[in-house]
Design a protein around this ligand. Structure first.
Ligand code: GDP
Length: 302
């Protein structure tokens, strides 16, 4: 089982798919970044994981390869402010998700239908069916997550100071029966190399998630999102700074203290048993190797 936000977790999940096959892989994905826009219900992290597992992720790191943007162009042509870009096929997915939710489907069911339509056989589970929304306090203002990333420049500004983070609704959200079953029956649980503070923390904030992870007999290991001490992509450093922990593998180990049995990183850490290996996943071979070594390490700890 892999816990994932977007890119980092999705790349590891793609490697894990090669190692264990679709029937043995479950991904629990963050839904704190979800957004309702253009009449669609967009679930960026579960969708990103799905696009990766379908081998349809666009090279730029989001959206579908080969997608077009005619609806966005059409909206701009009638003076709609398009600050959140969605490809046409991506928008179709969000519209269909909204329709199914309106008909009473749970987000878990709606996502399963979408994954199946994209020929993904592995199981991708939203962390909860109740809405959880990540909010970021920056410039003395609370931003919904996507607005923080895009409008407030959170995605690019490494020096952008994060004052606080909140997972609105997490206390009233529960891991779904599917998530609880996946945790209870997993042979190994891997926290993917996603941003710990905004991609993994919302999953852990769901009421009952940490307890379920503590109760399971499966080993829990994390893969570090740092490569040679640096963040590969996104605002992980700004969010680690907010926690007061260093942007280092020691900081990552401290962040997951009490939850994980080990860390996979390219440097030894003080706090946790570490598997020292190159964790850059630029190619399919890298992704498979990191997944395979991580799984072996986890099973040896279990
Ligand atoms: P996103 O920003 O919403 O797409 O999602 P994530 O939080 O899942 O991904 C961001 C994190 O992934 C950053 O901290 C990156 O350093 C990490 N990351 C991206 N690519 C790699 C990789 O190849 N290896 C490792 N270890 N981490 C990666």
């Amino acid at each position: 089982m892999v816990l994932a936000g977007g890119t980092g977790g999705a790349k590891l999940a793609r490697g894990m798919l090669d190692v264990v096959g679709p029937d043995s892989l479950t991904v629990i994905a963050n839904t704190g970044d979800d957004i309702e826009i253009y009449g669609a219900y967009v679930s960026p992290d579960p969708d990103l994981v799905t696009f990766w597992l379908a081998d349809r992720i666009h090279d730029r790191g989001w959206g579908l390869a080969g997608d077009t943007f005619q609806v966005m162009d059409g909206l701009k042509a009638i003076d709609v402010e398009v600050w959140f870009n969605l490809g046409d096929q991506d928008l179709a997915i969000g519209l269909e998700r909204a329709r199914r939710l309106q008909q009473g489907a749970r987000p878990t069911e709606a996502h399963a239908t979408i994954a199946k339509a994209l020929n993904v056989q592995a199981t991708i589970l939203p962390m909860a069916d109740e809405p959880v929304r990540t909010k970021v306090l920056a410039d003395d203002r609370w931003w919904p997550f996507q607005e923080y990333m895009i409008k407030a420049g959170g995605a690019s500004a490494t020096s952008h100071r994060v004052q606080d983070v909140e997972f609105h609704g997490a206390r009233n959200a529960r891991p779904t029966p599917e998530v609880l079953n996946a945790i209870a029956t997993a042979r190994a649980i891997v926290i993917g190399p996603s941003n710990p503070v905004i991609s993994i923390a919302p999953i852990l904030a769901v009421n009952g998630m940490r307890a379920a992870l503590h109760e399971t007999s499966a080993p829990v290991v994390a893969v570090s999102p740092l490569v040679k001490g640096e963040v590969v992509k996104g605002p992980t450093a700004a969010f680690m700074d907010f926690t007061g922990l260093p942007v280092s593998n020691d900081g990552i180990a401290a962040y997951y203290d009490g939850l994980t049995d080990g860390l996979v990183a390219d440097q030894r850490t003080a706090g946790l048993p570490t598997l020292e290996t190159d964790v850059l996943m630029a190619t399919p071979e890298d992704r498979r190797r990191v997944a395979e070594e991580t799984l072996k390490f986890a099973l040896a700890l279990g």
